[in-house]
Design a protein around this ligand. Structure first.
Ligand code: BV8
Ligand code: ZN
Length: 285
């Protein structure tokens, strides 16, 4: 019988003592960290676009079958971000990274999100596991391009409405977003990792390196159901490193962690990452 681990602690003072000593902190985030910014999560009520679950459209098969529909979905999510902003959780992580860097300590965000809110909050050490909503990949020359165009192409202007009765735009392939490389003109796709696609090996290697070196891991706003990200924090916990989960409810991974703080991470995370007693006395060399 596997040893049943004691229930996770919700003693913030105990976590803060661990945080005070930590030199290398990994913050693993999922859609829940952006929930209070108004960005719909995958599996919550907001996980629906028209009559689709996000994971029905975030696949190479869906793109193959109906690139116009998949581009409408990503176009909608890009346009939605114009009115969304980093919340107190993103800001607390970015401020903590900056403060601790001056003390020679490292904070790195490993995010499953593609919404760029950690970047916009000021985080510098960011690993995007599943790509980025504002980059495209050319199917012909494979170039990955940054792209903040709104709309990303004329044919998508005004398209992407999320309501179930909205008609699909049925855009011809030649009018979908194109590569901007000189003389290429190839068709592009969103540069995100779809279900059934492998993560970028460099991203995986960088992530494993940070996870192997960290002495504290925070897991924020993820249901821990999508692999391989779902294994990251439990693997750190198995190394005997403290792991603290921040979520509005327990998850399938909670049992692996020493700490679980229930609540909206826009409130619970800033309380956990605020300057500690000893930091007040830290003097820059
Ligand atoms: C892979 C980018 C190797 C796109 C995403 C069959 C065939 C092929 C693969 C598989 C298969 N079966 C299983 C797999 C593996 C699959 C997988 O894990 N599937 C799951 C569903 C079982 N994984 C993959 O395919 C990965 N690749 O394995 O490659 C391979 C290759 C070929 C064949 C086999 C293996 C690739 C996965 C990446 C998919 N892309 N995103 C896009 O965004 O459009 S995943 C997407 O969902 C997000 O990126 C995110 O990572 C993911 C999980 O969602 P969460 O972030 O956890 O969000 P969720 O809504 O679920 O939860 C939100 C949480 O926040 C909740 O817990 C909620 O309580 C909490 N919360 C809400 N509000 C708050 C809050 N917490 C705090 N405060 C709040 N205010
Ligand atoms: Zn190209």
């Amino acid at each position: 019988m596997a040893s049943k681990r004691a229930a996770p602690s919700s003693d913030l003072a105990a976590l803060r003592r661990v945080f005070d000593k930590a030199q290398r902190i990994v913050v693993l985030t999922g859609a829940g960290v952006s929930a209070e910014s108004g960005v719909p999560t995958f599996r919550g009520a907001g996980g629906l676009w028209r009559t689709w679950q996000a994971q029905d459209l975030a696949t190479p098969e869906a793109f193959e079958r109906n690139p116009s529909l998949v581009w409408e979905f990503y176009h909608y999510r890009r346009e939605v971000m114009a009115s969304k902003h980093p919340n107190q959780a993103h800001i607390a992580i970015a401020e903590c990274e900056k403060r601790l860097e001056e003390q020679g300590r490292r904070v790195v965000v490993i995010t499953q999100n593609i919404d760029e809110l950690h970047l916009r909050a000021g985080s510098k050490n960011i690993i995007e596991l599943h790509g980025n909503l504002f980059t495209t990949k050319c199917l012909k020359c494979r170039t990955v391009e940054k792209n903040y165009d709104s709309p990303i192409c004329e044919a998508l202007r005004g398209k992407g409405a999320p309501n179930p009765d909205a008609a699909d735009a049925r855009i011809a392939i030649e009018n979908l977003p194109k590569c901007k490389q000189e003389g290429c003109d190839g068709m592009t796709r969103p540069n995100v990792v779809w279900f059934g696609e492998s993560l970028d090996p460099d991203v995986l290697e960088k992530s494993h390196n940070e996870l192997n070196l960290c002495d504290l891991c925070l897991v924020v706003g993820t249901s821990s159901v999508v692999y391989p990200a779902a294994m990251f924090a439990p693997t750190v916990a198995k190394r005997g490193i403290p792991v603290a989960e921040f979520n509005i409810e327990p998850t399938s991974a909670t049992q692996h962690f020493g700490f679980h703080f229930e609540g909206q991470c826009g409130s619970t995370l800033p309380a956990a990452l605020a300057p500690t007693e000893s930091e007040q006395h830290y003097k820059k060399p």
